[in-house]
Each structure stands twice: as C-alpha cells, then as structure tokens.
Design a protein around this ligand. Structure first.
Ligand code: SER
Length: 497
C-alpha cells in the first residue's frame, strides 16, 4: 500500500522534476493576510505574489500545505467524525506558476501525474470547466482525449474560485473520480451531485483577476496557476478506501486513541476515535505554530477543538487525560514532513495535558447538569439557551461542544436564548464597571470589544505582523480619522506588541 507520506513525496518530486521549487508549508496563522483566521489553502502564502505586490526568485513552486478549516468562512468543525471526508486539519498538495505557465501546461501536468505516476484508471476520470472556458475544454480534449460528456460546463461559482470577497481569483477546472454505479450519486452539476459516486479530487485555478471590495475586478498583469488536491482524499482513493479516516495515517491515530482509551477502534465509540484523531492533528499543529488556548479569537477556536476532543475521550470512558498521550503517534506519522511538530512536541503534550486536566474538573459536572436539564424538558425540545449559557460560563463548555453532545441524542440548543443570555451578562459587566467609579470614558473599550472582539496577541510566534485597524480613539472617543501629529490610540485585530 502506498502510504500518505509516499503520496506526498511523489507529488512534490513530480513537480520538482518539472522545474518547481519545493517550498515549505507556511504557518497556519497567515503572516500576509490579517483578515484570514487560518491558512485554508495552498495559495495563501502566495497571495501577494499573484497580485504582483511581492516577487519571488522562483516562478514555479510546489507545496504540501497545512490547512485548518475550523473558524471563519471555511468551517468544517461540526461535520468532523460523522462524515467520510471532513477534517478540521488537512494537507493540500499544490503546484503554482507565477506568471510562468498557464492552462496549456497545468492540465497536462495534472493528467500525467494522475494517470501515470498515481496510476489512476483514465476511464474513471472526468472534469468540470467554467461554462465560458472553451480553452480549458479544448485542452482537456486534446491532452486527455476526454469526450464532451466528460467535460462538464458549470455556470456557477463552483468553477470560479475566489479566496474571499477580495483577492486574486479566476475560473477553475475540477477533476473528479467516478466510483462507479455501485455507489449512489450523480455527476457534478446534476441534482444528485452530493452523493458519493463522483468525488472531486483536484482543483486547478487559472488565476487571472483581482477582485476588490467595491465589486470591481482587474486583469492580473501575469496570469498564474494555483492548484489544490487534498492529500487525505487522493490517499483514500489510492489506498482503495472510501473513507479518509481509513487511510494509513488516520488509522494509526485512531489505533493510538483506541490503545490509550482501551476502547475498540471500530466499536460503538468509532465516531469518538475519529473526532479525536482529527482534533489531535489540528490542535497539535496550531500549538506548533504558536497558537495557545485562550478565550478569544484563534486561541478560542483552538480551545473549542481541544475541549471537544476531550469530551469525546471522556465518552470513551477515559478516567485520566488522554490527548497528550497521543502526541508521539502523531509525531511518528508526520514529524518527518513537518519538523516543527518534532520541535514543539513537548510544548504540545504539556499544553494538552494542562488543558485536559483543567477541563476534566468541570467536564463531568457539566455533563451531569446537561443530563438533568434534558430530563426536565419535554421530549424533542431544544436545550434552553440559559442552560447552555450556564454550561459555557460556569463549566467552560463552548457552545459548539454542547451542541455536539446533544447531536448524539438528536437534540439542539436554543441558540437565540444563548445569545440573549450572553448579551445580558455583558450588559451586567458593563454596568458594574461604570458603577465602580472608573473614568466614564473607559466605556468605549466595552463598546469596541463588543463590536470587534479582543485584539489578538501574536507575540509568542512573531515580532512583525500586519493587522486590520478596527478603530482610532482620541480623547476617550472614537475618531473617524487622524491627522499628522495627532495623538490617537489605534485598535487593531492582531499585534505582536
Ligand atoms: N485555491 C484552490 C482551492 O482551495 C486551489 O488550491 O481549492
């Protein structure tokens, strides 16, 4: 069986032979984009190269990029464990051209790698192109000999890739694998496209435009290529599995979880092991990249993921902290490809151990409270928001952890009630502050914190960073602008200071 590690190096070596520099994955906390919570695709580190703001010595690059999709626009957290292909952490394999080659080379590269090096059956492959992209359709026909019915034209944004509301973008072509009529599902663009028969394995983006906030678009001076293929997906395919969690790497982590909890990896606790395996990866890589658990911003996303995993370990009957004991298994699997994991191994284990020890002090009591509440409310009713808030406030249960716990019982939380309880508590805190005799102008910090959240501290990991200015404060009041020599306080979303 070809391991995920072998597949990763086969990909990188293929592009290295074709003149691409193998560039290391960038950190999960983006350095060049203060609006993005986590790196969520391979192109993030090259964003400014595509727009022409930054130049690199090389015009061809290839990467295996660490990605987290657990906060912000791309958020897969709620589905993890319950589906075959959702992860909070995954690796994206990609090749990039910065104003060098374009479609006519990117497509043949991809076809050659898939059908020759990876040995995929060409009769199982089909593609989509943006509906107006005749050029891409022609190249597919010529290079791969695909018939028209296997080059599907898609008129929607599915085939026009944008990183967000602004930034470099362009039409794309996606490559799909057909698992055959034995599995339910229809080709892309059909009513049954969400089935499991046709699985997208690779997205090739033809970077051509830059999108601005006011909705306008300009042509990029250099047309470029950005491709992305999920390692876990192609790995499952090449290992003859249908589920990413059955690949060698994920399976090793599931076995480690089973060993540490003495619970059958394929028994009734199967979902718990899957969640633990996934969350072990995202939490460990986030800590290795300088994120620490906290109650704000990225640190709170990390804490939410950690605590979710810890509840799942508890559900498996673990009496003591478990997560830190799984770190060596992860380092064995991924440390060679990501040396930062080896360097941070002790820090990761200690952070997990401390957090789990602390959370276990309230976890059990919180779960008991949850049971009591559920016993009191009518069959099928939502958990009252006030109870979910008490779990959050007193027992350290993030809202999504409570939701995850209720999901197993087919119940939900009254989220509007939770939000109302949160707002009421904030108002109380504000009143207490105002009443304590502090300067009246301190109120502005409450307003700003409520509107924008706290400023995130990046100083554990970097001494330089970009930030988004949220507000200017002058003389205790918010100012719309500042002139030369004015003395103002600048509130940013993140800072190393
Ligand atoms: N940026 C594209 C994606 O995320 C290709 O890498 O799918």
């Amino acid at each position: 069986m070809t391991s995920l590690s072998d597949i990763r190096s086969t990909f990188l070596d293929f592009y290295a032979r074709a003149g691409h520099e193998i560039v290391a994955s960038s950190p999960l906390v983006p350095r060049n984009d203060p609006t993005l919570m986590f790196t969520n695709s391979g192109m993030v580190q090259f964003k400014n190269v595509f727009t022409g703001m930054e130049t690199r010595a090389v015009r061809r690059a290839t990467t295996a990029q660490k990605c987290v999709r657990a906060g912000g626009k791309h958020n897969d957290l709620d589905n993890v464990g319950y589906t075959a292909r959702h992860h909070t952490f995954f690796e994206m394999l990609g090749n990039f051209s910065f104003g060098d080659y374009f479609k006519d080379e990117a497509i043949p590269f991809a076809w050659e790698l898939l059908t020759r090096d990876f040995g995929l059956n060409r009769d199982r492959l089909l593609v989509t192109v943006y509906h107006t992209d005749d050029e891409a359709a022609q190249i597919w026909k010529k290079v791969a000999g695909l018939t028209d019915d296997r080059i599907i034209r898609i008129p929607t944004n599915d085939n026009f890739w944008m990183m967000g509301p602004t930034g470099p973008c362009g039409p794309c072509t996606e490559i799909f694998y057909d698992h055959g009529p034995g599995i339910w599902g229809g080709p892309p663009g059909s009513a049954e496209e969400d089935g499991d028969r046709f699985i997208e394995i690779w997205n090739l983006v033809f970077m051509q435009f830059e999108q601005f906030e006011d909705g306008t678009r300009r042509d990029l001076s250099a047309r470029s290529i950005d491709t992305g293929m999920g390692l876990e997906r192609i790995g499952a395919l090449l290992q003859g599995k249908h589920d990413n969690y059955d690949t060698d790497l994920m399976r090793a982590l599931i076995e480690a979880s089973a060993h540490a909890t003495s619970a059958d990896p394929d028994g009734p606790g199967k979902i718990h092991h899957r969640v633990i395996a996934d969350h072990l990866r995202s939490t460990s890589f986030l800590i290795a990249d300088g994120v620490m658990p906290s109650n704000e911003g990225r640190g709170y996303v990390l804490r939410r993921i950690m605590r979710r995993a810890m509840r799942h370990a508890h559900m498996l009957g673990a009496a003591d902290p478990v997560m830190h004991r799984l770190v060596p298994a992860l380092v064995r699997q991924m440390g060679a490809a990501y040396p930062e994991l080896v360097r941070a191994e002790a820090l990761i284990a200690e952070t997990l151990r401390l957090e789990e020890t602390r959370f276990r002090q309230t976890l059990e009591r919180g779960l008991r409270l949850l049971d009591d509440e559920m016993a009191r409310i009518p069959e099928g009713a939502d958990l009252p928001g006030e109870a979910a808030f008490r779990l959050y406030d007193t027992y350290g249960f993030p809202l999504d952890l409570t939701q995850d716990a209720l999901r197993e019982r087919g119940r939900a939380v009254d989220v509007a009630g939770f939000d109302a309880a949160m707002t009421a508590q904030r108002a109380k805190a504000r009143a207490a502050w105002a009443g304590s005799g502090e300067a009246q102008d301190a109120r502005i910090w409450f307003d700003l914190a409520e509107r924008h959240g706290a400023t995130e501290f990046l100083g554990y990991d970097t001494e330089r960073a970009e930030g988004v200015i949220h507000a200017l404060v002058q003389g205790g009041a918010e100012a719309g602008s500042a002139a030369r020599d004015d003395e103002v306080l600048v509130v940013v979303n993140q800072t190393p200071f």
